[in-house]
Write a protein of this length. Structure first.
Length: 422
């Protein structure tokens, strides 16, 4: 813990030390701490092993040591890690092996604040490992699971028994627990972001994403070594007029998520590689003969490959390898080539194989163009592996390659081997 500093919000000024208290006897400065929460117009600061201190109303600099200090679970081997707002007038206090609820924290004199134990079986793993999801709190617990605290029908808090991380146990088992205290959580746009130090990493080098609409995990985000990503925390803030999720790194950089097809840090630009492996498909009547599958794609400047697998060990075949498309060419037979300068004002004409655009092309705006516009098509995947089960792996090493659906066709009549665009 270091001496507290603060920023007044003016871009032309930097952080400065908090001034000394001038309120006289019984008042002290902000305690040294590595964790604090601003809630109900007070700054709640973790103050030592068992204590949380609250500042004066609308005054984060001064703390009354007689009336605003709360001892949590004194006499045990637990220690307070962090706190988080809950509901209208409660503050959840996380220890490393238990959780408590401070209620009535919006009272003027704090004399009516009470402490209630939520659980003595689970704590939290780190100071940034908690976030709010609607009326619930999601946190990475000290038993190495991601779980939830919510209000039950009696309006009492309870810890949920079944963790939402149960489907990603193989990934969670790769966490370097020596640095587990760096784990960070964030929530935005119905998505839960979880930053983890995987394998031998000493920093959070991977982000997992959970979708609360589908109740499924999707995506394991890793980063090119040139980006030197070390996630410290997540922050939701305005970017270009919209509230977006931002990533703050240990070295003080700030990234906005879901913006463009590349990872960019200053002058460093890294392509984003993606990979998706489907579930196993079963043939009609458990047939073990070859079959026709399809992949529906939306691409922009892609370089993708498709590999098919069958249930016998190591039985696979490369269907498509390093597939790219020329922006000047068309899927339409005998169609004219596209003028890369957009001189004909036909940037968005149908059937182009790729709509990517770059400043070096000297594109004429004319009626306008969208450099990240995608082309949509169905790619046939004909494989002749023998096996009751088969599945596909799609990889892409640059640009955008969105997989809209993957399936297995089972119908009579002619089955075209041509790409279907549209």
């Amino acid at each position: 813990s270091q001496y507290p500093i603060y920023w007044n919000g003016k871009w032309g000024q930097t952080f400065i030390a908090v001034p000394a208290s001038t309120l006289g006897a019984g008042y002290e400065n902000i305690p040294y701490s590595n964790s604090a929460t601003y809630y109900q117009n007070r700054l709640w600061v973790i103050d030592g092993k068992d204590t949380i201190s609250a500042s004066q109303l609308l005054d984060f600099e001064n703390f009354n040591v007689l009336t605003s200090v709360f001892n949590i679970n004194v006499g045990t081997s637990d220690y307070v890690v962090c706190s988080y707002p809950f509901g209208n007038n409660s503050l959840v206090v996380f220890e490393n092996r238990s959780i408590y609820l401070l209620q009535n924290v919006n009272s003027t004199a704090l004399s009516s604040v009470t402490s209630t134990e939520i659980t003595r079986q689970l704590g939290i793993i780190g100071i940034n490992a908690v976030t709010a999801v609607g009326p619930d709190i999601v946190y990475f617990s000290s038993d190495r699971n991601i779980t939830t605290i919510r209000l039950n029908i009696q309006n009492a808090t309870q810890a949920i028994t079944i963790p939402i991380s149960r489907d990603i146990n193989p990934i969670v088992s790769r966490v370097n627990w020596t640095y587990g205290y760096k784990i960070s959580l964030g929530y935005w746009n119905n998505l839960l972001f979880v930053a983890l130090p995987l394998d031998n990493a000493t920093v959070c080098n991977t982000i997992l994403v959970y979708n609360f609409i589908t109740n499924k995990w999707f995506g394991e985000w890793t980063f090119a070594s040139s980006i030197n990503m070390a996630v410290q925390s997540f922050v939701t803030a305005n970017y270009l007029g919209r509230i977006r999720m931002h990533v703050v790194t240990e070295d003080g950089r700030i990234f906005v998520t879901n913006e463009g097809p590349q990872d960019i840090s200053g002058t460093t630009v890294a392509e984003i590689s993606t990979s998706l492996t489907t579930r196993a498909f079963v043939g009609d009547n458990n047939s073990k003969i070859g079959r026709r599958m399809f992949v529906d794609l939306s691409t922009n400047r892609p370089n993708f490959s498709i590999e098919a697998f069958a249930e016998p060990a190591a039985d696979s075949t490369e269907i498509i390898t390093d597939q790219t498309y020329l922006r000047s060419q068309s899927w339409k037979f005998n169609d004219s080539t596209y003028d890369m300068t957009n001189a004909n004002d036909d940037y968005n004409r149908a059937w182009r194989k790729d709509y990517a655009g770059y400043p070096t092309d000297s594109i004429k705006p004319e009626s306008g163009f969208l450099p990240e516009m995608t082309q949509n098509y169905r790619m046939p995947v004909i494989q002749r592996l023998k096996g009751r089960l088969c599945w596909l792996k799609v990889t892409n090493t640059q640009g955008t390659c969105t997989i809209n659906s993957i399936g297995q066709e089972s119908r009579s009549g002619d089955r075209s081997s041509l790409v279907q665009v549209g």
